[in-house]
Design a binder for this molecule. Structure first.
Ligand SMILES: Nc1nc2c(ncn2[C@@H]2O[C@H](COP(=O)(O)OP(=O)(O)OP(=O)(O)O)[C@@H](O)[C@H]2O)c(=O)[nH]1
Ligand SMILES: [Mg+2]
Length: 349
């Protein structure tokens, strides 16, 4: 049975609501890929269906080199639990992509230092790191060289969290747009082989981003908070107790601020509202889903608290972005939709 060239699903003409459906016999693409590519619409919600362990299990059993694609903007969400243990005997090339979203002040050296420091903190080993973005032809040529040299004729499995940019990167390497890409996580549905020159690559479904804002929000709101172009850092000077509401998606309370500042790295279409912390509860009660929007699917939030322990600390919310706080701040409280990860790390920038 043939597979859809865009998402890798087995083509079928019997079940309209299942993966791989095409009404036309002999077509190369399923109806879902056709519609995603031509109209950008979503026929089947992609939050379901992919077993997060399936990709690693299958890749573990393959004699292949690994190209691990990580979105630099959403780096923490891109980490894969247990990857070093699971893929211990396979060379791993990391493509840290979407560099075009980060401020230009982040030099290549600084970004590479950041990545290696974070990986060391997390106990993850990789063999090669290449920073790239979809328009960076030079870096993408370097990826191809590194893969070829490491693979020595073996296939290359392209893995990573959903939405990290795996299919986009492969289309760039192949200089075509065979693979379906979209802003919705869960676009690629099955293993999908593509040959680029004499190297075989295997596009894979994204490993589920269980703890990301992308999973806790309506798909129509992704265009508001997922950045489409370069982030413009927004700087605030702080005094006393201050609260920042990021639409209705998250709330950051900063206590005891003196000569302190906070820089946000978020999509510019997401509204950041500043208030005094003492007024924040009332503000959320009155303006949730009005002035404070978008909001998550469920109005259930969890709170994490932290004492500021490094001079410059990033508060990272998976799938949303981060805030970098510096100066004197006694503590930080972060409200996020239940299930969404918050990471405190040494500043990236
Ligand atoms: N700004 C920017 N956006 C990118 C880049 N690469 C990918 N994207 C965007 O990221 C989103 C996801 O891209 P895909 O290639 O579909 O990601 P994927 O990893 O294949 O996703 P799944 O198949 O769902 O696992 C799309 O909206 C792309 O346009 C990049 O280098 N820069
Ligand atoms: Mg894909």
């Amino acid at each position: 049975m043939a597979r859809c060239k865009g998402c890798g699903a087995l083509l079928q003409s019997t079940d309209k609501n299942a993966a791989g459906y095409t009404p036309k016999e002999g077509s190369e693409y399923c109806q879902r890929c056709f519609r995603l590519s031509h109209y950008g619409d979503l026929m089947i919600s992609m939050k379901t269906g992919i077993d997060p362990h399936m990709v690693l299990n299958r890749v573990e059993a393959m004699d292949a080199v690994i190209l691990w694609v990580v979105d630099l903007f959403d780096f923490e969400a891109g980490m894969i639990d247990g990857i070093s243990r699971r893929l211990a005997n396979k060379p791993i090339i990391m493509a840290a992509t979407k560099r075009d979203l980060l401020p230009e002040t982040l030099s290549g050296d600084k970004a590479a230092r950041f990545v290696f420091t974070r990986l060391k903190d997390l106990g993850i080993h990789i063999d090669t790191l290449i920073l790239t973005s979809r328009k960076d032809r030079e870096a993408n040529a370097e990826i191809q060289r590194a893969v070829k040299e490491t693979a020595q004729g073996k296939p290359c499995a392209v893995i990573g969290k959903a939405n990290s940019g795996k299919s986009t990167l492969l289309n760039c390497l192949a200089e075509n747009d065979q693979l379906t890409i979209s802003r919705y996580p869960g676009t690629t549905l099955d293993f999908n082989e593509v040959k680029i020159g004499d190297q075989v690559y295997i596009d894979t479904p994204g490993i589920e981003i269980e703890h990301s804002m992308l999973m806790e929000t309506d798909e129509k709101d992704l265009s508001v908070f997922v950045p489409q172009r370069r982030i413009k850092p927004a700087v605030y000077q702080l005094k006393g107790n201050q609260t920042f509401s990021l639409g209705g998606l998250a709330r950051i309370d900063l206590f005891g601020c003196e000569k302190a500042s906070c820089v946000f790295y978020l999509a510019d279409s997401l509204n950041v509202h500043r208030s005094k912390t003492e007024n924040a509860d009332e503000l959320w009660q009155k303006h949730y889903d009005e002035m404070l929007k978008p909001v998550p699917l469920k109005n259930e939030f969890s709170v994490s608290q932290k004492h500021k322990d490094s001079e410059k600390m990033d508060i990272v919310i998976d799938g949303l972005g981060w805030a970098c706080v510096s100066g004197k701040i006694t503590s930080v409280k972060v409200h996020v939709p239940k299930g969404v990860n918050v990471t405190y790390r040494k500043a990236m920038l």
